[in-house]
Ligand binder design. Structure first.
Ligand code: CO
Length: 295
């Protein structure tokens, strides 16, 4: 990794950790998730980064891919388990991080943070994926809880938020190894017992797949933004409405784009039996002493 890239990874990570601090000072029951998402996305820009994806705010069993609608009225309630997954990029070099807030003391949060730390603790050049998974799942099982089985950590690269390798939070026997300067995000999700996410409504997040001839002017505009402004990274309906497109036309155009296979959608992921889920995530550059960019 050249020093310029390293500096950009570091800058993105610093922006993320600063915003986390600011969010944890402000967040409280009664706050709208829309207000929270707008605060985070504005701060990312204000601090010199760009959102690598729309801020995900998942409450309780809503586990991933949930970003507020443009007119979202959802309010944080006392005792809600609120997962905030924020991505920042500087010229495409991404800091991916998540944390969980609850107005009450919550054991799941403690355990998920401990599991993340355990995973980071074994990272070094040459470590097997299975060793990282073992450390994470060991910390969770040791506390008597479970993980979301079908969500994983992942690699990062320029303008790529979910690249290889896949890093399961469940024990496995992967012999694949990480090498010096690989960049990965570890991302345990903890619940009462092992859980699974399934796709659910609504669908607010999309990303560019490939150019296609489209007639509808709104569809053309969205495709242009998706590829040139968002650089293939995920975006959401709310961002398009903020750009002056009508909500109805945005939904209509996105349906057409999805059918023509030029964008991909990310439906909300919910724990299938309604278990409340806590999440923690950091971005790490693999070194003899792992460098966590998002602390
Ligand atoms: Co991630």
């Amino acid at each position: 990794m050249d020093s310029e890239t390293l500096e950009k990874y570091k800058k993105a990570g610093k922006i993320g950790s600063k915003i986390k601090e600011e969010v944890l000072e402000r967040i409280k029951p009664g706050m709208k998730i829309l207000e929270l998402a707008e605060f985070i996305e504005k701060r990312i820009l204000g601090l010199g980064g760009k959102p690598a994806f729309p801020v995900n705010i998942g409450i309780n069993d809503i586990t991933a891919h949930c970003t507020p609608k443009f007119n979202d009225e959802t309010v944080i309630k006392p005792g809600d388990l609120v997962k905030i997954d924020q991505g920042i990029h500087v010229d495409g070099w991404v800091a991916d991080m998540a944390y969980t807030y609850c107005s009450e003391k919550n054991e799941l949060i403690k355990v998920v943070e401990k599991a993340l730390e355990a995973g980071i603790g074994v990272i070094k050049p040459g470590v097997k994926i299975s060793e990282i998974s073992h450390a994470i799942s060991g910390a969770v099982e040791g506390s008597g809880f479970g993980v979301i089985v079908n969500l994983t950590g992942h690699g990062l690269d320029q303008y790529i938020i979910h690249g290889p390798p896949t890093i399961p939070n469940m024990k496995n026997d992967s012999q694949q190894v990480l090498k010096e300067s690989d960049v990965v995000a570890l991302e345990p999700f903890v619940c009462e017992t092992n859980g699974y996410v399934k796709e659910s409504e609504p669908v607010e997040i999309f990303s560019f797949l490939q150019p296609r001839p489209v007639r509808l002017p709104e569809a053309r505009k969205i495709l242009d933004l998706a590829s040139n402004e968002y650089n293939g990274l995920p975006f959401c309906k709310r961002w398009l409405v903020e750009k002056g497109l009508s909500p109805f036309k945005v939904s209509f155009a996105l349906k057409q784009l999805e059918v023509s296979n030029s964008v991909k959608s990310y439906p909300v992921l919910r724990e299938r039996s309604g278990l409340a889920v806590a999440q923690a995530e950091h971005t790490i550059i693999v070194k003899e002493k792992p460098f966590v960019t998002t602390i």
